[in-house]
Design a protein around this ligand. Sequence first.
Ligand code: MOS
Length: 734
Amino acid sequence: MDTTHSYKMDEPIGETRLDHAVQNVLGKGVDRFEGPLKVSGRAPYAYENLPGEKVAFGYIVLSTIGAGKVKSIDTMRARSTAGVLTVIVDKRSPRAAADPNDPAPKPAAGEVTHYGQPLCLVVAESFEVARDAAKLVDVEYEKDEGRFDPIALQDESHVPPPGAMPSVTEKGDFQKAFSQAAVTLDATYTTPSQSHSAMEPHAAVAHWDGDKLKLYGCYQLVSTNVGQLAKALGISKSKVEIVAPYIGGGFGGKLGIGPESVFAAMAAQEIGRPVKIALTRQQVFQATSRRSDTIQRVRLGTTKDGVITAIGHETITSNTPGDEFFEPAGISTVFLYGGENRLIAHKKTDVNILLSSSMRAPGEAVGMLALENAMDEMAEKLGLDPIEFRKRNEPEVDPQDGLPFSSRKLVECMDEGARRFGWDKRNKQPCTRREGEWLVGIGMSSASRKNMIQQSSARVTLSPEGEALVETNMTDIGTGTYTILQQIAAEVLGLPLEKVSVRLGHSNDPDAPGSGGSWGANSSGSSVFVACEGIVEAIAKKLKVKPDEVTLKDGTAIAGNRQTSFADILAGEPIVVTGTFKPGKTSENTHQASYGAHFCEVAVNAYTGETRVRRLLTVAAAGRILNEKTARSQCYGGQIFGIGTALTEELVVDKRTGLMVNHDLAEYHVPVNADVPQLEVVLMEERDHAASPLAGKGIGELAICGVGAAVTNAIYNACGVRVRDYPMTLDKVL
Ligand code: MOS
């Protein structure tokens, strides 16, 4: 029996089967079932597919100028190298896009818009030969002057078309209110470009069967990635299948297809053999995408008592000419604190630096560094405790459009964190706690991340043997999606966890929104819930009872005083339901976001300026937690990201050439174990019945939001140094 079941969320859903759990597996910190496969090398990642087949290897040649034109590409020497099969120079693919929404625009043929732009592909019998021959490709350029310095060019910025959020959000009269405010702060913060650089470098294996392409890749949004790849190749979407069951991290760097998939597909077609390409780590840094640098001016105007009357957050970000994606740094400022007069605006500067795109918590991750730093600076001006100042500006409804919050536990998170961390022991005066050569301080910040649930579909099959299979083209980028979907299906269907299998990452399965924007588990989980509810209804119908009269447990249905096994109910025929979840009026009528608070203790060396993070606590409220362990792990990741953002992480661009100087993990500094103290994460009990049928909200990116400001606010408390230029490296602290 094959049916569809769909649910549009126009009303808060109230209690569901999940609130009367029978199997008691949802929410538990269940281990990721594919974990052992991954750590023992048995889970094939993109590059490892088609072992034993006669596969050819590609190596991408990148531009060695930052701006200008390619006059000629001479492939003669490369082609005559033994073992080289072909060299592909194709006008269609100077750069495949990282923007998931729009694979176009691409630079005009022959135009170089950034250093490291993919130019051509050498294909050979081995990776080594391809790489070697790539050095023999002779490219002649006509160099332009180039635009490599976003700070120097900031006055040439323009208002981009609205992206994930409007470029400008206004209310009241900001300028007037700010000029009349009793107390004001006007501070400009800068953050550098950052690299996603997930653990697994971008890789693809392309295989053609006639005119049909099968691409093993590592992308976050396979349901949209198939369309992008088809468009880049100029073929119909129905001819493209992407397979991406295992993905070694993404952070946004794999939201869109990369040059490796387009090139691999073109090469495989030309030579009539499968072709695999992996970017080197250096190429990941130079040829995929980055988080934009930002220049953020935050202005706060308050009454004498610390009530905000004017709040302004204006950001300038950068991107290549024609790419109008901008880092929406003010995204949280729109709703986090009250204030009658508001101005949140973004501008974009055209630069010849690698494409900028979404990176983990695009907007908030760097926007809240500025806002949460400014909140502390203002609290000090007002003589208020930083938590007290934030509480005085806690809005009752969304301060921009007056919508009620679906749920909001910001104040509870701050209070719980303060209690656990010992906030009351904080010295109000900076530089007053010293341990030998270390100055010690404590700081905090708020966290918030918009909840962006998406439409999603999943097919669930219940077999007469009492086993379930979940299929959706959702992805698991290391976040735990497989296990979370297993837990949801097991809970609703009344099956032990091991009776539920999950298949992800095959583009031909029902469309899911993929892993992005912290919507993954909640959206795809909602569609699994809807499909399973459809199965419950089908079972109830067979038993001639109402769905809410039946309880499913351990492979049986209990209704009244009867307990019947699924085998008997299904009588040899599986039940297959494709469930579709659609966000509805509850998304329009409420303002939905997850909230949290970070608390940090640092020690700053009085002689070297070195900062050591000693303790870091995050309290997070994100609706129902679907898997306590994977949710916590996401928060740990965000905390660690935040330590790097505050202290070390920075892409350095050579202002003469546009070269990303530190394009590897030796020179681009992310925290290592020695930089990360014992981390603590507290997940607050919450249900949000307007946010999703699961009553959950996104948590994947919540913890990165604001956490860097907790670190730098702690640095200020320790040593009295306030640096508005991130990262806060020791030279700036001294
Ligand atoms: Mo996230 S930057 O939406 O992968």
